[in-house]
Design a binder for this molecule. Structure first.
Ligand code: S3P
Length: 171
């Protein structure tokens, strides 16, 4: 394992940021989010980066961010964008935890959240649900492959998910 970090991977809207914050409350980890790092670097929202520069440009920024995380981050929970799992050095950054849920439950969670509109609006790849479902199906196996630990978050709230992650890590 690299750098004593926890990296949360999983599909858009599954709750990586929420679980990261719950983990911080239950441990001594600090929290970092790769999309936030990219937005700060570019001084632009992800949605705008996609619209103005295109997806390949965003993926190149994710790569830069992954290399930076490997060199510079320790003792942190790193929540990631849904496509970050593809980074070649991900295992060098830390223990990879896949937050697993069904596509339907993920959408349900987004729709039931108080800021549902904002959550949908900021994610360009969720604008077409049919395409998003295809992307989900394609990625599920890849998430599983790269994960060190898989945590099902369909029924649990973030505090229970965080507890389960810490328990798995202590084994
Ligand atoms: C993406 C997920 C987004 C963000 C970008 C691309 C993806 O992050 O990185 O819109 O490829 O799945 P969230 O998983 O936090 O929505």
């Amino acid at each position: 394992m690299g750098n004593e970090n926890i990296i949360l991977i999983g599909f858009m809207g599954v709750g990586k940021g929420t679980v990261a914050r719950a983990l911080v409350k239950q441990s001594d980890y600090f929290a970092v989010d790769t999309d936030d790092l990219i937005e700060s670097l570019e001084n632009k929202k992800i949605k705008k980066i996609f619209a103005e520069e295109g997806e390949p440009y965003f993926r190149a920024l994710e790569k830069k961010c992954a290399l930076w995380c490997e060199k510079n981050i320790t003792n942190s929970v790193i929540s990631t964008g849904g496509g970050f799992y593809k980074q070649e050095n991900i295992k060098e950054i830390g223990k990879v935890i896949y937050l697993q849920s069904t596509f339907e439950k993920i959408l349900e969670g987004i729709h039931n959240s108080p800021n549902a509109k904002k959550k949908l609006k900021k994610r360009p790849l969720l604008s077409n649900l049919e395409e998003a479902k295809k992307l989900y199906e394609q990625r599920v196996k890849e998430y599983e492959k790269v994960a060190d630990i898989i945590i099902n978050v369909e029924e649990w709230d973030e505090n229970i998910a965080a507890q389960n992650i810490l328990q798995e890590l202590s084994k």
